[in-house]
Design a protein around this ligand. Structure first.
Ligand SMILES: *Cc1c(COP(=O)(O)O)cnc(C)c1O
Length: 237
């Protein structure tokens, strides 16, 4: 039997996902167009990424600096986001190449982004990553630190805070994480209500392949999907 091509896998998945997103958006009183679908493209070949862009994907996210730098020049026109843990010494390599950094997980990293942005005379959009499950294995700000972090980082200059990002604990059933997504939404609203200069709560980036529907139902404005779009990753190629 012929194996399905990566292109066919994407086409099938994409159709299904747009339907699922539309349904979840409706459940939260919104529309498909209110949700941004970001394709998480780690390990995905450039041909497949460009096919996805041609098919309508407008946002791609890479989570490794080295892989991003090796690939980004070959992308068709698209919004490029950085979504993975970012080491401070790598900030300067990507800062002029991405339009949003989702994963600002420490004050030290924010300071470095601010410094590098000022150096080249830009203001870069960022999200603060919240460690919503309070997991010691994960980086990010704790729920209770988030407001103070937004206030401090918004003052740095060179950065504009556009919202929050979270990766809840790995779980077997997406329903188990519903309360984390709801907590994120509350935090997002609360911080937005403070009307802090240089920050606006517009983007709530949460939900991955296994739990994006629940995340959207609870208020995500952006979901980051890899496996659900492209199939299982092969790290060996
Ligand atoms: C890989 C990745 C995703 C997508 O993960 P899937 O489970 O494959 O959908 C989302 N966010 C980040 C930060 C990632 O690194």
């Amino acid at each position: 039997m012929m194996e399905k091509s990566s292109i066919d896998i994407f086409d099938e998945n994409y159709k299904l996902i747009t339907q699922n997103i539309a349904r979840a958006a409706e459940k939260s009183g919104r529309k498909y167009k209110d949700i941004t679908l970001l394709a998480a493209t780690k390990t995905v070949d450039i041909e497949v990424i460009n096919h996805a862009i041609n098919s309508g994907i407008q946002f791609v996210g890479e989570n490794r600096v080295q892989e991003f730098l090796a690939k980004y020049k070959d992308f068709l026109p698209v919004n490029k986001h950085f979504i993975g843990h970012l080491q401070t010494n790598k900030v300067k390599d990507i800062i002029d190449k991405v339009s949003l950094i989702h994963s600002v997980d420490s004050y030290r990293l924010a300071e470095e982004i601010s410094k590098q942005a000022k150096k080249i005379g830009i203001i870069i959009d960022i999200l603060l990553e919240i460690n919503i499950g309070q997991e010691s294995s994960k980086s990010g700000f704790y729920y209770d630190e988030a407001l103070t972090a937004v206030e401090k980082i918004a003052c740095l200059g060179g950065v504009r805070i556009k919202g929050l990002m979270a990766i809840p604990p790995i779980c077997e059933n997406s329903e188990q994480n519903r309360h984390y997504f709801a907590k994120m939404k509350k935090l997002f609203i609360d911080i937005g209500n403070k009307k802090i200069d240089n920050s606006s709560m517009e983007i709530l980036s949460m939900g991955m392949s296994d739990d994006y529907a629940v995340a959207i139902e609870e208020g995500a404005t952006m979901v980051r999907l890899g496996t659900a779009l492209f199939g299982r990753r092969n790290y060996n190629v």
